[in-house]
Every structure is written in structure tokens, then in C-alpha cells.
Design a protein around this ligand. Structure first.
Ligand SMILES: [Zn+2]
Length: 319
């Protein structure tokens, strides 16, 4: 299979400016920017087998336990807050939620406790053994293989999934079809227009090439959803879960050439890369010193409308 040069998914333009190359394992990936709309992307896109090799068990963590216990605990708090935030935007008390890229189903599990119907899609077979699959109506597979009836879903969520999709328009079309009138789409993505993205360039933690194929901004999100009859209702620029860590790990990448190894240690996985012990110790010692400045920076960039990751609330406008 070949690496495919593709046009911009927003305007079908082929005129792109090369920004930089990212080396990962034995490959080099080019990050380019569309000269017409400004969308950044990996182009050419690697063939599926190479891309899939970057989603091995190393990515999801050992036995699908993604993080060490303290971080797991913080993650649980954050999921409960996500559910509260979405509920506060709902006029209806009950409905149906679809989580695309639902991983272990934690978000759906929490929304089900509010008596909502749930459905989930997860492409990775890593989660096949999840005991809640049936109860939460999670299907392991691709969107195209599923048959969720037209206009039956009230809330569609994509938590750090949209930037991974090789054909975002295909997903937007399907979401549009399934979404009930007045439905809500909530997606989170790294913000390529954030201060941390600009400061750290190719060392930026949330760049995550080649898993992140597109690098969105509020403006390019607005452009890609508009032709599908969607409109941005609101954007949140601060995430305690993601944004301060973006500063911390990007700093380690820049200064210690850490290449996200500390993140691997937090995920409780054994990196396949060379010895990391001393580098991890240095990162662990620096973390308590740097965590407060990282939170402050993440907060300030968010106040200025340039958050490291963004949560976008999208409403269904067209018929
Ligand atoms: Zn474009």
C-alpha cells in the first residue's frame, strides 16, 4: 500500500505549505498546512497498516488499564464533570447518547446512571473483553458497519477522537444522519492555535503524530462542520486534565529530549524505547516544581482564547 497525498477535507485544495517533519519509529511524517483554509494535517497519509501499528497495546496501556491509580482517580472525577456539563446544556431529562471512540465505556457508564440510553463505538479490539459491552450497547467496529437509525441520538460525543479520523467528513455525515433535531455534538481536540502549540512546535505533546492526522483550531472546526449543517454553540478552552500536562510534557520533550517517555511511565507501560530510568527520575523530580507554573500557563492561555485543548459544543442547525 502507498502513502496517499490527499486534498484538504475542508476545501478540496491541494496547495499546501510544508511545516515540519516528525520522526517516529522508522518513519518520517510531514505536517503541512492548507494555504487556503489554514488546516494543518499529516500529508501524505500513511497506509493503514503503518497507522495501525501506532495503536498497539503500548498506546492503550497494559491490560487496557490506561494510567496509574492516582491519575485513574482524577480521570473518574473528570468524567463525572463531563456528564454534569452536558446535562446542564440539555433541556430534556432523558435521551440517547452515542460516544464515538468510547474506549472502556467510562463516560457511557456515567451517563447511563442518569437513566440515559447509551450506544458506543470503539474501533480497538483491546476493549473486546470489557464486561460492560452489552449493558452499555458498545460495538467494537467501524462507524460504517453500524446501523443506528436516522435521527435517534440526542448527544454524540467524541472525546479526543476527531483528530484521529482519516476521513472526518464521513463521520460528520453519519453523525448528522443519526442526530435528532436539536441534538448536540460535543468534541474535544488539541488546539493547534494554542499558545502551547506555538511555543513548542514539533515538541508539542498534543501533536502526537501520526495518530493525530489533523490539527484543528476553533476556526478550522467551524469551517469543516458548516457544510454539514452544524454550527459551533460554544467552546471551552480550559481542561485541567489535558492542558497543564501539555506544557509539562512539551517542556520535557524540548529540554530533555524526552519524546513523551515520561508520559509512557505515567501510563504504566514499558516503553519499547531505550533506557529511560534516569530521564524518568529527573522528570518526576521536576514535576512538583513545574506543575503550578504549568497550571497557571494553561489557565492564562485559556483566558486569552488559546487553550491547549478545546471542548467544542456543536448544534444541529440545518434540517
Ligand atoms: Zn483547506
Amino acid at each position: 500500500m502507498n502513502w496517499t497525498v490527499h486534498t484538504c477535507p475542508i476545501d478540496d485544495n491541494l496547495d499546501m505549505r510544508a511545516e515540519f517533519l516528525v520522526r517516529s519509529r522508522q518513519y518520517e511524517f510531514a505536517v503541512v498546512r492548507c494555504k487556503r483554509c489554514g488546516l494543518r494535517m499529516v500529508n501524505p497519509q500513511p497506509p493503514a497498516d503503518i497507522l495501525n501499528s501506532f495503536y498497539d497495546t503500548e498506546y492503550y496501556g497494559k491490560q487496557a488499564v490506561k494510567f496509574i491509580p492516582l491519575i485513574q482517580y482524577l480521570r473518574r472525577l473528570s468524567i463525572k464533570k463531563k456528564v454534569r456539563d452536558i446535562m446542564s446544556r440539555q433541556k430534556r431529562e432523558f435521551g440517547k447518547a452515542l460516544d464515538i471512540g468510547c474506549a472502556d465505556g467510562s463516560f457511557l457508564f456515567n451517563i447511563k446512571q442518569r437513566q440515559w440510553d447509551t450506544a458506543g463505538l470503539e474501533i480497538s479490539p483491546t476493549f473486546q473483553k470489557n464486561s460492560h459491552l452489552e449493558e452499555l450497547n458498545i460495538i467494537i467496529g467501524d462507524l460504517a458497519d453500524q446501523h443506528i437509525p436516522d435521527q435517534t441520538v440526542d448527544v454524540v460525543t467524541l472525546w479526543h477522537v476527531f483528530e484521529h479520523l482519516d476521513d472526518p467528513n464521513r463521520y460528520l455525515r453519519e453523525i448528522k444522519r443519526m442526530l435528532a433535531p436539536g441534538g448536540l455534538v460535543v468534541l474535544t481536540v488539541p488546539n493547534s492555535d494554542s499558545w502551547q502549540a506555538k511555543l513548542f512546535g514539533q515538541d508539542w505533546f498534543h501533536l502526537d503524530v501520526p495518530r493525530h492526522l489533523y490539527h484543528y483550531t476553533p476556526s478550522t472546526i467551524a469551517k469543516i462542520i458548516a457544510p454539514h449543517g452544524f454550527q459551533i454553540e460554544g467552546i471551552e478552552h480550559f481542561s485541567l486534565e489535558y492542558n497543564p500536562y501539555g506544557y509539562l510534557q512539551s517542556f520535557f520533550n524540548r529540554v530533555l529530549r524526552d519524546d513523551n517517555r515520561f508520559y509512557d511511565a505515567l501510563k504504566n507501560i514499558r516503553s519499547i524505547r531505550p533506557t529511560t530510568f534516569w530521564r524518568n527520575i529527573i522528570c518526576a523530580l521536576l514535576t512538583p516544581i513545574l506543575v503550578i507554573p504549568a497550571i497557571i500557563m494553561a489557565w492564562i492561555e485559556a483566558q486569552m482564547g488559546h487553550g491547549g485543548t478545546i471542548r467544542v459544543y456543536i448544534k444541529n442547525t440545518g434540517s
